[in-house]
Design a protein around this ligand. Structure first.
Ligand SMILES: NC(=O)c1ccc[n+]([C@@H]2O[C@H](COP(=O)([O-])OP(=O)(O)OC[C@H]3O[C@@H](n4cnc5c(N)ncnc54)[C@H](O)[C@@H]3O)[C@@H](O)[C@H]2O)c1
Length: 443
């Protein structure tokens, strides 16, 4: 291919992107992929989701939504307008110009990165790769994944990066449930394999995102994302550790933190809780920890924060036993209502939720446990199915202890406290409750 032809490949793709003639494949229509696909379809791109879960594929093609950050009506409208659809796998006839990879990046039980989804998808893309395509990895991963894992697979097609096709990493920063910062107005970092990939990728992201921040390589972009989540994990661990100390010293940690965060500089609010959950904070830092070992480097903050955060459900469990003891109840003869099974308020996501770990510890101790979560119909704990119960005044009065594990906004905490015998609040959700405070034990 001559230099002119190479320039034409890049310029032609940029032109297609700018005129919205480019067709986009989004691989993995989950918490990240579906909102992303909707944002792109909204501005006129034709977007096809490649989703291996047949139920999700079917729902999208029926115009049905399953991700809370996506607007039901918007999704239906885009599907009906032919701008958004889903299919189970790539087809040899697909002619996508941009392929965005949003598949899960979990950990194995031994906290080792499990890149099987990214590898499998990259192999599928390589099979169909043609000149003039941009491939972007959005999944969170360790520095090196784009260039060391994806690039060799893609180049095994015989095509060359930066000339025939373009490759970048642009980490997703979606904060599920955040109404102020969405995919559109959150600054987006992008690092390309070489300057041509960066130019194409930046053009692509600038179509929907207000501020695209270019970094020098995919390695740097990958490091940005794992650092951001490590920053959160470490700071959450710090306030969790402070909570354990305050508990021993009989100091109200919530009062301390609220007062500390009145300082207008040099500090940032983080709050304790029963542990960390979701697909980011408990996982991503360990991707970096694992990679660091290749460089004979120990990331001590990551190890320590993981240890502190993972211990929190046990601390809450100890506190439950203490509170039951104070009201003269043996755990094996007590009944408890757990409020909030999701890992975060106002969401239905239960992945790695500390409430699940907590529920298991309580059941193991012989406590009769029921739960309510307006967003989580049922869960499996120790291979047994539990369904969310309806909360009534009678039910709250009947249990010995109400445990607030997740502080959903729709709960009426005044009413809950007024009816309850005792409440253990792990989120300070009852901060505004004035009456009956003697019934409340805080984390
Ligand atoms: N959830 C978050 O808040 C968040 C935020 C930022 C980044 N991330 C990162 O984004 C990535 C995706 O996370 P998520 O929360 O959207 O996951 P998810 O589980 O909600 O969605 C992933 C989707 O990919 C599909 N999938 C898996 N393998 C596939 C394959 N080979 N082909 C087609 N579809 C496939 C799954 O069926 C699922 O629908 C992860 O790396 C995660 O760390 C997540």
């Amino acid at each position: 291919m001559s230099d002119l032809e190479k320039a034409t490949v890049k310029d032609a793709l940029i032109k297609k992107i700018k005129t919205k003639e480019a067709t986009i494949a989004v691989v993995g229509l989950g918490y990240v992929g579906l909102p992303f696909a909707v944002e792109k379809a909204k501005i006129g791109f034709k977007v096809v989701g490649i989703e291996e879960n047949p139920l999700r594929e079917k729902m999208i093609n029926n115009g049905e939504n399953y991700i809370s950050d996506v607007d039901d009506v918007e999704l239906k409208r885009l599907v009906e307008a032919g701008l958004l659809s889903a299919k189970g796998s790539f087809d040899p006839l697909d002619q996508f110009d941009v392929i965005v990879v949003c598949v899960p990046t979990p950990l194995t039980k031994n906290l080792v990165p499990d890149l099987q989804h990214v590898e499998r998808v990259t192999e599928n893309i390589a099979e169909h790769l043609r000149p003039g395509q941009l491939v972007s990895l959005e999944s969170t991963t360790y520095p090196g994944t784009t260039e060391e894992v994806m690039l060799p697979i893609l180049e095994s097609s015989g095509l060359e990066v930066g000339k025939d096709f373009f490759l970048c990493h642009s980490p997703e920063r979606v904060d599920p449930g955040n109404k102020r910062y969405t995919t559109k107005n959150t600054n987006k970092v992008v690092g390309g394999v070489g300057s041509n990939s960066l130019e194409v990728a930046k053009t692509f992201y600038e179509q929907t995102i207000e501020n695209v921040v270019a970094v020098s390589s995919p390695n740097a972009a990958e490091m940005v994302k794992v650092f951001e989540n490590t920053f959160r994990a470490v700071n959450i661990a710090l306030v969790n550790e402070l909570t354990l100390l305050c508990d021993r010293m009989n100091i109200n940690v919530w009062e301390v933190l609220d007062a500390a965060f009145t300082k207008p500089f040099g500090i940032m609010p983080f709050y304790p809780g029963p542990g960390v959950g979701g697909h980011c904070i408990p996982i991503d830092p360990h991707y970096l920890e694992w990679k660091a070992r290749e460089f004979n480097f120990t990331t001590r903050f990551i190890g320590l924060s993981g240890e502190v955060n993972r211990r929190m459900p046990e601390f809450v469990f100890e506190k439950v036993r203490r509170v039951l003891n104070e009201i003269g109840k043996a755990p094996s003869r007590s009944k408890m209502l757990l409020l909030g099974m999701a890992y975060k308020k106002d969401l239905s996501d239960c992945r790695d939720s500390p409430a699940l770990v907590l529920a298991e510890l309580l059941l193991d101790d012989g406590i009769e446990l029921i739960y309510n979560d307006p967003y989580v119909e049922s869960v499996n704990i120790k291979e047994k199915k539990f369904s969310s119960v309806e909360i009534t005044g009678n039910l709250i009065q009947e249990v010995d202890l109400v445990l607030i594990a997740t502080d959903h906004s729709m709960y009426d905490y005044n009413w809950i406290v007024s009816k309850a015998n005792k409440v253990l609040d792990t989120r300070n959700a009852t901060a505004a409750v004035i009456a009956n405070r003697e019934k409340i034990a805080l984390l």
